[in-house]
Design a binder for this molecule. Structure first.
Ligand code: ADP
Ligand code: MG
Length: 379
């Protein structure tokens, strides 16, 4: 069995007014680099590949340095063994599929190369396309050829920069599965850049959230989605319901706290030594707020555990896959965004102005831990 490779990077780079300052490790799972446009994702990949030289830092694969400013090491691109796939395919237009894939292969006799290419074609659902030219391929096929070419070189590291962004939805979800299959088979450190939330969740065994050249949080898909470290991460991952609140009371064992926000009060888990008077932020994903069915009496009995809040439907947005309910306490604005599957929406027969009871289940409410750290950066 092959030893699991580990990519370890830590570098600084200033380009114009933009400062990139990142450190992270990529192990056996796919790392998704997720962030808004202009946050430094492509620059990070360009630096790892060797296209751009960082000002300072290191890039190591296990004990081999690709770059190390302390020791004056800077391996050229072709010595790094990095497979690099771009959003816009970048195939050679005058070469066939076979020639494009073969371009990446560096060793082996003719028979072996043919066999490798046939295998890659099969693996990436490209059988029968070997004689075609890029202009004769669909977008999805082109991108699969680009991926085949990148892995044909048996790279030690695979970097994919928004590889699916230009493709239609059904094609995208199929190639996602291809990427997961490739990763399972080759088990090399893999970084996928995306600004698509669903893609980040599906592909990212771990997700690094980057904004303005800095990693805001790195963790499992569940940590990043449900336990954002900062308000920024919560915002970037579309948590939507983010509240400022004050701690009113802490339970005798210190495990729960009653907190008061703008016009409502709930109970949250308290593992962070919360005390009365503390200012906190908490959040809950729009998929995790529940709307109670009309008959409220029975539900009321379960009481505070369910964190029930009386509210009013402020607006309803039909989004195709879900309905988003905007609910408020006062009439002039909304506080909560709730995503309901369409079937649930139909059962509830909601309309604007209707009084509802919503519940914010305690185990799904997350107290954002880094408020103090956020504030200190502004002092
Ligand atoms: P992303 O891929 O996350 O959208 P990029 O990594 O391409 O963002 O760019 C990050 C920032 O660095 C942007 O503000 C961009 O304008 C700037 N930038 C990237 N490459 C260069 C360059 N070669 N020269 C000057 N600025 C650059
Ligand atoms: Mg980019």
């Amino acid at each position: 069995q092959k030893v699991i490779e580990m990519l370890n990077v830590s570098f600084l780079k200033n380009v114009g007014n933009f400062a990139l300052d990142v450190s992270f490790v990529v192990d056996s799972g796919i790392l998704v680099l997720f962030g808004p446009s202009g946050s430094g994702k492509s620059l990070t990949l360009q630096i790892i590949s060797g296209l751009i030289k960082p000002d300072k830092g290191f890039i190591k694969l296990n004990n081999d340095s690709f770059f190390d400013s302390a020791n004056g090491i800077n391996l050229p691109i072709n010595k790094r063994g990095v497979g690099y796939v771009l959003q816009d395919y970048a195939l050679f237009p005058h070469m066939t599929v076979f020639e494009n894939i073969a371009y990446g292969i560096r060793k082996g006799g003719k028979a072996e190369v043919n066999k490798n290419i046939a295998e890659l074609q099969k693996f990436l659902r490209l059988e029968g396309t070997e004689g075609l030219y890029p202009h004769q391929l669909s977008g999805g096929q082109k991108q699969r050829v680009a991926i085949a070419r990148a892995i044909a070189s048996e790279p030690a590291v695979l970097l994919l920069d928004e590889p699916l962004a230009a493709l239609d939805y059904p094609v995208r979800s199929k190639i996602r599965n291809d990427l997961i299959a490739i990763h399972k088979r080759f088990r090399i450190p893999t970084i996928v850049v995306t600004h698509d939330i669903e893609e980040a969740f599906v592909l990212g065994d771990r997700i690094a959230v980057i904004e303005e050249g800095r990693i805001e949080q790195i963790g499992s898909r569940y940590e990043v989605f449900y336990k954002p470290a900062t308000r920024k991460v919560a915002r970037l991952l579309a948590v939507k319901n983010i509240f400022d609140a004050v701690v009113k009371k802490v339970s005798s064992k210190g495990l729960a706290a009653t907190v008061e926000s703008d016009g409502f009060s709930i109970t949250v888990n308290s593992k962070d030594n919360l005390k009365a008077g503390d200012n906190i932020e908490f959040c809950i994903r729009p998929e995790d707020i529940k709307i109670q069915k009309a008959k409220g009496a029975r539900l009321k009995a379960k009481g505070s555990k369910e964190n029930i809040v009386s509210a009013k439907v402020f607006d309803i947005q039909e989004k195709g896959l879900v309905h988003t309910i905007f609910a408020g306490i006062s009439d002039d604005d909304y506080l909560f965004q709730i995503n309901l599957p369409n079937s649930t929406y139909r059962r509830l027969s909601l309309k604007k102005g209707k009084k509802i009871k919503i519940s914010l289940p305690k185990e799904l409410v997350w107290v954002i831990p880094c408020r103090l750290a956020d504030e200190q950066t502004f002092i």
